[in-house]
Design a protein around this ligand. Sequence first.
Ligand code: BTN
Length: 277
Amino acid sequence: MMEAIFHYYEEIDSTNEEIKRLIRSGCPEATVASAGTQTAGKGRRGHSWISPVGVSVATSIALYPVHVPTEKIPRLTIVSAMAVAEAVEELYPLKTQIKWPNDILINNRKICGILTEADASNNHVNYVVVGIGVNVHHRSFPPEIADMATSLDIELDRLRQQSSAPDSSSASGEALVNNIPEQASRKAVTEAIWRHFLYHYERFEEKAGSLDSILSGYNERLVNKDRQVRILDPKGEYEATALGMNSEGKLTIRLADGTTRDVDSGEVHVRGLYGYT
Ligand code: BTN
């Protein structure tokens, strides 16, 4: 089993950029860079990503997936999402949900962001960097994302309050409260994410980019499963029932006329009928 090689920086521009520098200096696969804070953290679509000092996990990994065709590389974001879900559930008594394709939610709010960057030439992948940011110790969020974001500590607090509420059955409630850590650990979360990721990555790599190894766990957590969703297709929006993700990472949906179809996250977005999920 492949094991991660960890590097930690109190402060860095971006852990994705640091991994690219390490790749240029010839680092082995599964080299990981994590930071206490990033001064130029990057989000998707050119956005910036804020990592306040000591509050979040900001971590990236170097990959050389030689057996995976370039067009299947974006699926690594789905593998990463699964690893975050498994890591959180291994460490804490929290239940995660997945919003296709790669949003990890707790109580319907996002706890992480994933940025996958690849370098390819002549249809051959030279390297991939997967970067993951997890909200860990945040107690609040800026108003524009407050409805959509949460952190592990907020969710642990919520769980503790629920379990100690007078109406929760006292014996089991007390036992549960004693099992809920005061706060989450950035180090433990980072280590668990990459352990789960590398387990699935090895299978993904060997099977040339098949998502078979994560499929059942992924679909068990799929928040939209068997629910009505709105498909935001640039060619025209419509409603359908989400049935599950297939081994190509596409979402299988059932249309009003009973036919099914697989949609690609590169082409459409999915919204719940009432709000974000
Ligand atoms: C998103 O926009 O949702 C993706 C955010 C990805 C943020 C992480 S934090 C670690 C890594 N380093 C970066 O600069 N970005 C990613």
